[in-house]
Design a protein around this ligand. Structure first.
Ligand code: NAP
Length: 424
């Protein structure tokens, strides 16, 4: 019986490939390290033996060099009698620097005759805007793209093409499909479309490429060597050489590719854009500068939910709020007055530390005194060294007229010294 293996089957395109195959009544197994039908680890060949008809191949994400592991897997696939492999590559992989393995795997597949293959070369996927890849934080898309345009593609369209190639391999043998959306859009145009669809303001903010890559790497979301891919992808778009609309999706599926507006209607209805609400207080400028503190903002917003008005952390603060850093580190101010001054103090945070999560929230509310004591932990990385950083806080928050008027902060200085160095 026809039996498909979807590597990366829990990912953005793979999960849709698997669902689509299942919807057709076909036997399919998803494969990944976590939460898949079968455990599959590119680092562990013992997990890779499977006799199958067709394989959808997503290389290990986010590795840069993976050709050797894919080659070894293809040997196993040959031995197991696999008939066809559809490989998820990337737009213009043939022009990618040789330090990345997109092209090497394409060449390897072309050299094999025991099974047929198809190569998919998608542009940037639209899903990037709806997940952690290029997240919309407080109504801002921050990415080094300048005024360059890209024909963003819906992962569902990639999956639809992949499924056709797996189900009718003979028709798509040795084909290479360029998969792009119906219009090339700048990031500012993407922001305008999402604003229109969601009714909430979203804007685009350009950023220095090296700073952006440094921040992404520092979150631990990708390893340091993945910076070369981020650099290549963003500089390609910024230089005006981003992907352009093509007709391969239509040719293979008979369906026109999904527009960004249609994608946004689907994606943001389920998970609304976190946009800065309209408010009277002056906006803190360049909220994108505070990405490194997002987990802190979110956990405080959670701890104070229902007690204060405002969307973003800074909106919860009264204009004349006073912050006292009761237990802190040498060189840090003991007292800061005013919402703008607090924001300016925090603006530089990402130069040293980037947070990726926050947890252990406990909120103790004294209604009579209108004070909330928040306990929480934050986790991140040290920008300079990449080493892990965790700290625990107690913040004593006074609320008046549904705004924070006073904040007393206690942190663990030892954790800061361990991360950033001990004072001489
Ligand atoms: N983002 C874009 O705009 C874009 C554009 C063009 C091409 N691409 C390419 O598309 C690919 C990503 O595809 P996607 O978005 O469908 O995937 P994805 O959502 O990033 O998911 C990755 C999948 O691979 C699995 N995986 C990651 N590392 C693994 C490992 N070491 N061993 C086994 N499985 C592993 C993950 O599950 P586990 O973590 O549980 O193992 C998950 O199922 C990348 O090669 C990327 O270069 C992306």
């Amino acid at each position: 019986m026809t039996n498909f293996l979807v590597l990366g089957g829990t990912g953005r395109s793979g999960s849709l490939v698997a669902k689509n195959l299942r919807d057709r009544g076909l036997a399919v197994r998803t494969a990944a390290r976590h939460d898949a039908d079968v455990v599959f680890d590119w680092d562990d060949p013992a997990t890779q033996r499977a006799a199958l008809t067709g394989v959808y191949l997503v290389a290990p994400v986010p590795w840069v060099r993976y050709a050797a592991q894919v080659s070894a897997f293809l040997d196993l696939a040959e031995a197991a009698g696999v008939r066809h492999v559809t490989y998820l590559s990337t737009y213009r992989a043939e022009q990618a620097p040789a330090t990345m393995d997109f092209r090497a795997v394409e060449t390897e597949l072309a050299s094999r005759t025991a099974f047929t293959h198809t190569i998919l070369q998608p542009g940037w996927v639209m899903q990037n805007f709806a997940d952690q890849h290029v997240p919309i934080i407080d109504g801002v898309i921050t990415v080094p793209g300048g005024t360059g345009a890209e024909a963003f593609v819906d992962a569902a369209d990639i999956a639809a093409v992949a499924v056709e190639t797996l189900v009718h391999p003979e028709q798509h043998a040795r084909a290479r499909y360029t998969l792009t959306g119906p219009e090339a859009l700048t990031f500012a145009e993407v922001a305008a479309i999402i604003t229109e669809v969601t009714g909430r303001p979203v804007r685009y903010q350009d950023i220095d490429r090296a700073a952006w890559i440094g921040a992404v790497v520092a979150t631990g979301f990708v390893p340091a060597d993945y910076g070369v891919i981020l650099d290549w992808q963003t500089s390609t778009v910024e230089s005006g050489n981003g992907s352009r609309p093509g007709d391969d999706i239509y040719k293979v599926t008979g369906r026109h590719p999904t527009s960004l507006a249609a994608f946004a209607r689907r994606a943001f209805r389920a998970a609304p854009v976190s946009a800065a609400p309209v408010r009277e207080a002056p906006q803190i400028r360049d909220l994108g500068d505070f990405v490194a503190l997002e987990p802190f903002f979110r956990i405080v917003e959670q701890g104070l939910a229902g007690l204060v008005d405002g969307g973003h952390y800074f909106d919860l603060l009264a204009d004349d709020v006073v912050f006292e850093y009761v237990i802190s580190v040498p060189g840090y101010p003991r007292r800061v007055a005013g919402r703008e001054a607090v924001a300016e103090l925090y603006r530089g945070y990402g130069a040293n530390l980037v947070l990726h999560s926050a947890d252990e929230l406990a909120a103790h509310h004294d209604r009579e005194k209108s004070v909330v004591v928040l306990e929480y932990a934050v986790h991140g990385r040290v920008v300079a060294t990449g080493s892990a950083y965790t700290n625990r806080f107690v913040s004593v928050v006074t609320i008046q007229n549904r705004k924070v008027t006073h904040w007393r902060d206690y942190l663990d200085p030892v954790a800061v010294f361990d991360a950033l160095g001990w004072p001489a």
